[in-house]
Design a protein around this ligand. Structure first.
Ligand code: HEC
Length: 155
């Protein structure tokens, strides 16, 4: 699993270096919509895990939700921050801050922390200990917030 984390981190870094080549053929507005959909889908799965941690813990449901989040985390979302996606385009709004495109070092760091936390939650969920899931879930939530604080505009 450690190896997988290293591989996905390398993939994310190379994607951010080539600046969106993996989103080739996608218009800027489609990249924005796709990254927003990814975040929304993760948030839905976070809610499912949270519900399981408030009384009725169903390991399989938690594992599926954690796997879905890890799948998105490992998908190389950096490719959806291509040129022209730093502001609203063709009627599609975005809340990304310009710093995400200029402070690549910090953006890479928070992205790596997030991917590690998502992979850790998936591993822990597969083992099924509720207390450990709770801890890993909390850590993942913190990693989402760490990026939002720096790189997403307030509502
Ligand atoms: C590397 C930075 C980063 C990480 C990590 C991150 N987000 Fe975000 N998130 C953003 C940015 C930037 C936006 C704004 C995207 C846009 O509007 O183009 C966003 C937007 C969102 C949105 C609003 C989507 C919409 O419909 O517009 C939700 C919900 C969200 N994130 C949830 C999460 C959750 C849950 C996690 C963790 C499991 C997470 N995010 C991790 C940067 C991040």
């Amino acid at each position: 699993m450690k190896r997988l984390t290293i591989l996905s981190t390398t993939a994310l870094l190379s994607i951010s270096l080539v600046g969106g080549a993996f989103a080739a053929g996608m218009k800027p507005e489609q990249q924005i919509e796709t990254r927003q959909a990814g975040y929304k889908f993760m948030a839905w799965n976070m809610h499912k895990i949270k519900a399981n941690l408030s009384g009725n813990f169903k390991q399989q449901q938690v594992q599926k939700a954690a796997d879905a989040i890890a799948g998105i985390a490992n998908s190389g979302m950096g490719a959806l921050y291509g040129p022209g996606t730093d502001k609203a385009v063709n009627g599609v709004e975005t809340r990304v801050k310009p710093e995400l495109f200029t402070n690549k070092k910090e953006a890479g760091k928070v992205a790596r922390d997030f991917i590690d936390a998502a992979n850790n939650l998936a591993e822990v969920a597969a083992m099924g200990d509720e207390a450990e899931v709770k801890q890993a879930f909390g850590a993942l939530g913190e990693s989402c917030k760490a990026c939002h604080k720096q790189f997403r505009q307030d509502d």
